[in-house]
Design a protein. Structure first.
Lengths: 284, 95
């Protein structure tokens, strides 16, 4: 299993293909396997060198007790790029991975050639969203309840509350939850629930509203057709100078799982367009 | 060596990799219809690591990307050990 030391931690990563660099950043409570399951790894590696890694506290990477903000994790992305000799890359982030990607672009604009933001939700934009308007929320809630976890409308974005419940599951609920997520997944989630990840992920950590305007790279805001965060999508499109918005048909918040073929095709098309535009610019 | 012996050997190899790489203590009891996620309790990230270890073991690249994408497209998102053995055997013999 390839691992790399970066930012005083050890990260599990996977790499495939050759060409301009693309870095894939998964969401909270996930891991890099999502990029294999949706086939992004295979498809993008035909034309790019693709690097996917497990976020701190996730998959087979180290789990420190603290420092899980998007700022902390953006420095992870940049440190991993340094360690692997990736000078600059297009960053593709899903959910919180998208927040990390934007934060990296703000911290080190010269290292980021383009951004694909798949259904991110930002602390600075949380006031725009009202989950109660989202018709799929009830389904989500029912799925979670079946797995033994109660989600309230008020705290829907609050991973701390979720982790709190995971830490205090007992008896029947513990069993149902373990069955729903599998034993290794459960163990990893327990480990993560004991870190500051829940609180840290809610923090703006310096990624304020003003900073969105600084993102001058080409950005693809890629949201599920039924995403709970469509107000965020519109805000990004209006406030980032070079942002285009696309919707993944039929998808809610998890497009790479819910419509992998369309998701990967949209990402691939965008990256190929950017590549062609850069080639053209270098000829001129 | 017959084809079925090959598959038996691959089954033993897979069991040994599951033990040494993923710490699965009951790997000796694997059956062809044992499911990777539902029965062994493994997660998809473990499948990525297993794929890598299998390729290392046989010292050749196998198209695990395709197998992972296939699992991702399934309703139950699971894989029987027998299917994994068939996949390995097929590609070891045709590539």
């Amino acid at each position: 299993m390839p691992r790399i030391a970066a930012n005083d931690l050890t990260f599990h990563y996977q790499q495939a293909g050759s060409g301009p660099d693309v870095v894939l950043i998964h969401g909270l409570t996930g891991d890099l396997s999502i990029w294999f399951l949706c086939q992004a790894m295979g498809v993008l590696a035909r034309t790019h060198r693709v690097t996917a890694y497990d976020l701190r506290g996730h998959g087979y990477s180290d789990t420190p007790a603290a420092n899980y903000t998007s700022a902390d994790q953006a420095t992870d992305t940049l440190a991993i790029m340094d360690a692997l000799g990736v000078e600059k890359a297009a960053l593709v982030g899903h959910s919180f991975g998208g927040v990390v990607a934007v934060h990296a672009a703000v911290l080190a604009p010269e290292r980021v050639t383009a951004l694909v933001l798949s259904d991110p939700s930002f602390a600075a934009l949380r006031h725009l969203e009202n989950l109660n308007r989202w018709e799929h929320w009830q389904n989500f809630r029912a799925e979670a309840a079946q797995a033994g976890v109660e989600l309230s409308g008020e705290h829907w974005y609050d991973l701390t509350k979720f982790f709190d419940q995971v830490n205090h599951l007992d008896g029947d609920r513990l069993l149902r939850f373990r069955q729903a997520v599998g034993l290794p997944g459960f163990k990893r989630l327990l480990k993560l629930a004991q870190t500051t990840c829940g609180d840290d992920a809610k923090a703006e950590a310096g990624l304020t509203l003003e900073r969105f305007r600084e993102v001058e790279q080409p950005v693809l805001a890629l949201f599920g057709e039924y995403s709970p965060f469509l107000a965020t999508a519109d805000h990004l499109t209006e406030h980032m100078p070079r942002c285009v918005q696309r919707r993944v048909p039929g998808a809610k918040h998890r497009a790479p799982e819910e419509n992998p073929a369309a998701f990967v095709a949209l990402v691939d098309d965008f990256l190929m367009e950017q590549r062609a535009a850069r080639a053209l610019a270098s000829v001129r | 060596m017959t084809r079925s012996t090959d598959k038996d050997q691959i089954m033993r190899d897979v069991a040994s990799i599951l033990e040494s790489r993923l710490g699965l203590l009951s790997a000796a009891d694997l059956e062809r219809d044992t499911r990777f996620f539902a029965d062994l309790g493994l997660a998809s990230i473990d499948a990525v690591v297993l794929g890598e270890a299998v390729q290392e073991h046989y010292q050749r690249p196998l198209p695990f990307n395709l197998l992972m994408a296939d699992i991702g497209a399934r309703a139950d998102r699971d894989l029987a050990i027998g299917e994994l053995v068939d996949f390995i055997e097929h590609h070891l013999n045709t590539l």
